[in-house]
Design a binder for this molecule. Structure first.
Ligand code: NAD
Length: 527
């Protein structure tokens, strides 16, 4: 018996509406939804493992999809490795043409893909559209790269010799991604990897498989239109086990993994142990310093978007506010007023600013963190409660929390993936920077100040120890032109712009002798 699906939410429910909307978006994009073989035709008994597609808007399964087993991951890597043999020799600008077409298809289907992102990740429509725009932007960037990837020529110490470097395609790139950026993270990796001449196997979050199928379908369409094998781009659906199979495979030359610090700690030793390369984009615990000279109107806007936007579920979400004692009461009062009026609800509705958390577990972890903060002497100024939304009893909505803390205790030093903003106070800039850097993570940071000395100190080598350091804007909302990533337990990886492309290529240093002599370097004489 073969069926396309085992899960059908009751007619007339939110689950049924979301299922129909998701299937319609997939149809418009031209993505196939793989069927689930419940009973193995070979022996008539064994069941195939599956993953449910659960929307955080409804908190119930909409569909069931087949889960990739070890053999499926192996087959995907084999196909990608085979495709690499032809793709690596396609001229860079021609590879760029495929990425340009992907950008066009993403533009055409921007609303469809954003709808899937909202249904699977719970983002408000504007942020989901922004995520797809980020994909389009990185395609533009990669098209430019496809004509400008270049190596250096260095002066040789030997006469009649040329010393230079070339960059060659690396091989199969494995991408493991998190639920909260279900499509943009794939595109940062894939657009750049493709112009570099690599092929890609993607293991998306088990929470966002439909967005992944849709993105992959658009890229495969771009490949097929240009006459290239679709096998250049592979998706394997599944949870941790599918990711582990990809991580362990020696044929995966670069493993780019985005997710929690815990996941990165599991992945890094496995890839290093097999001599592979890894690129880790892990959790953050991002802070903003608010100095006495700050423009508080501007600071409030930047802080609320960074802390409450995406329901606090961005790696760059603002989690700690380090405020000068002379302005803390004023700032907390203003934030309290804004937090109290934040529109929470269905992320598809006009005006909603805060959608649901990904699941009930995330809500429990948020409420437990708030209990721990209270036990540490913290005071919840506003928010921090479960919120019921009409028609969605299974969804995990919360009100973003603002919490004043007497000190930076353990709970503040951890990343809780939910909208909690801890407020700490300081008196000297040195104290603020010490507090700022005294966490395990090092992703994104900001200072709000109109004092050029403070701003430059925060940006300097004695300032923030993060990969992203901003002045007078919040911690979230990076552009694709810069290298994105963080230090310390955030993993040290850099993706997207600047020279991040170098991680997707291998460098060969070449010495060419065009003379009739054979001088040795360092003046060595060998008879
Ligand atoms: P997660 O760590 O639970 O899962 C991330 C991905 O890793 C999933 O695809 C999961 O199936 C896979 N995975 C888990 N364990 C694995 C293992 N041992 N081997 C191989 N694959 C494994 O994270 P999540 O809940 O989906 O996402 C939230 C986390 O991701 C937060 O910590 C957030 O800060 C982080 N994140 C970081 C960035 C960044 O760029 N730094 C971006 C987005 C999210």
């Amino acid at each position: 018996m073969t069926t396309t699906d085992t899960t059908t939410p009751a007619a007339g429910t939110l689950g049924a509406e979301l299922r129909e909307a998701a299937l319609a978006a997939l149809r418009r994009i031209g993505a196939d939804v793989p069927s689930v073989e419940l009973v193995d035709p070979a022996d008539g008994t064994s069941t195939r493992s599956t993953i449910p597609v659960v929307s955080p808007l409804a908190g119930e399964p909409l569909l069931t999809l087949p889960e990739a087993g070890a053999a499926d991951v192996d087959a995907a890597i084999t196909s990608a490795a085979e495709a690499f043999r032809t793709w690596r020799s396609v001229p860079g600008p021609v590879r760029g043409g495929v990425v340009r077409r992907l950008g066009e298809l993403l533009t055409e289907h921007k609303a469809d893909l954003a709808e899937l992102v909202t249904i699977e990740a719970g983002k408000i429509t504007s942020e989901a559209l922004g995520e797809v725009q980020e994909m389009i932007d990185v395609c533009d960037y990669a098209v430019g790269l496809s004509r400008s990837l270049g190596g250096r020529t260095m002066p040789s110490e030997r006469p009649g010799h040329r010393l230079m470097e070339q960059w060659h395609p690396l091989g199969v790139v494995g991408v493991v991604s998190a639920f909260n950026f279900p499509v943009a993270v794939w595109s940062w990796n894939t657009a750049v990897a493709l112009v570099c001449g690599d092929t890609v196997v993607w293991k998306p979050s088990e929470k966002t498989p439909l967005s992944a199928l849709a993105s992959n379908a658009l890229l495969r369409q771009a490949l097929a239109e240009a006459g290239f094998p679709e096998a250049v781009s592979q998706v394997v659906l599944g949870a941790r086990e599918a990711g582990e199979a990809l991580v362990a495979d020696r044929r995966v030359a670069l493993l780019s993994a985005t997710g929690s610090e815990r996941m990165g700690q599991q992945v890094a030793p496995v890839v290093a142990g097999r001599g592979g390369r890894y690129l880790l984009e892990l959790g953050g615990n991002n802070a903003a310093v608010v100095a006495p000279s700050a423009d508080l109107d501007l600071a409030v806007r930047g802080i609320v978007f960074a802390a409450a936007g995406t329901a606090g579920q961005r790696c760059t979400s603002l989690r700690r506010l380090i405020v000068h004692s002379s302005v803390v009461d004023d700032l907390v009062g203003r934030l309290q007023a804004v937090y109290a009026g934040l529109p929470i609800g269905d992320p598809r509705a006009d005006g909603t600013l805060v959608g649901p958390l990904t699941d009930g577990g995330a809500r429990e972890r948020m409420l437990a963190a708030l209990d721990e903060a209270r036990a540490d002497g913290g005071t919840v100024v506003v928010g921090g409660e479960a919120v019921e939304v009409d028609g969605a009893p299974g969804a995990a909505y919360v009100s973003p929390a603002l919490v004043r803390m007497p000190a930076q205790t353990d709970v503040v030093r951890r990343e809780t993936f939910a909208p909690i903003l801890y407020v700490l106070t300081y008196d000297t800039l040195e104290e603020a920077i010490a507090l700022h850097n005294d966490v395990p993570q090092g992703l994104s940071s900001a200072i709000f100040t109109l004092d050029v000395r403070e701003a430059e100190t925060f940006l300097s080598e004695v300032g923030s120890d993060c990969g992203i350091v901003n002045v007078n804007i919040g911690t979230s909302g990076a552009e694709i032109g810069g290298a994105f990533g963080g230090e310390k337990s955030t993993g040290g990886g850099r993706e997207s712009g600047s020279d991040s492309w170098k991680q997707y290529m291998r460098r060969a240093t070449n010495t060419v002798n065009y003379s009739t002599e054979l001088p040795l370097a360092q003046g060595v004489n060998f008879g």
